[in-house]
Design a protein around this ligand. Structure first.
Ligand SMILES: [Zn+2]
Length: 200
């Protein structure tokens, strides 16, 4: 189950731009235009790398992106479908302050009990508790359809980068605390983090 594609340029692994999460609203041309401007901007500022989160989403975007810049690596973040659905159905928004929370507590064990996946809920503070709302389209039926559409759209994009030897498949072992160190390790960047935390 695909959770998200991350395209990564890691000359120096600087996290720079989270490019809009609005692929559906903006045309490919506008996105690429914004992206090109941002990349030119980065050059003038001597920035040497960037991460795109959730882009490209379609094969066409990937093809255009290839003409604009060199992507070093694409990470395919995968989450077990049952966890993904539970997380989507657990989303809550506070109608007063707009805060985003998640009431889903995910605790999945494999049949043989060897692999446990635990993701704690992100609970609201007391003042928001009575004001939580659910997005009307966060129903199991709609979520499953969204996943199906995403899967269908992203498969050719994965294939595009796999053919170029640039696709890293990464199975998320749980939430951010479990996933982050393993992801750094998969990218051979765990030394980097040691140095950072030693310096901190
Ligand atoms: Zn609130």
């Amino acid at each position: 189950m695909v959770f998200g594609l991350m395209s990564l340029c890691m000359h120096n692994f600087h996290l720079l731009a989270a490019i809009v999460n609005q692929g559906k609203l903006l045309s490919d041309e506008i996105i690429i235009d914004l992206l090109s401007k941002r990349l030119e901007d980065a050059q003038t500022k001597n920035e040497t790398g960037f991460v795109l989160d959730g882009f490209p989403r379609t094969l066409r975007q990937a093809e255009i992106l290839e003409k604009v810049t060199d992507i070093d690596l694409v990470i395919n973040l995968k989450l077990r479908e049952e966890a993904l659905i539970a997380k989507c159905l657990g989303r809550r928004i506070c109608s007063e302050c707009g805060g985003n929370y998640n009431v889903a507590c995910i605790d999945i064990k494999d049949n043989d009990g060897s692999q446990r996946m635990y993701m704690p809920p992100l609970l609201p503070p007391p003042q928001c508790e009575s004001k939580l709302t659910t997005r009307s389209d966060d129903t199991e039926e709609v979520v499953k359809e969204r996943i199906r559409v995403y899967d269908e759209m992203s498969r050719p994009v994965e294939e595009f980068y796999r053919n170029r030897g640039k696709l890293l498949e990464f199975d998320l072992p749980g939430g951010i605390p479990e996933s982050w160190p393993k992801l750094l390790h998969a990218l051979n960047l765990d030394d980097h983090e040691d140095k950072q935390s030693a310096a901190a």
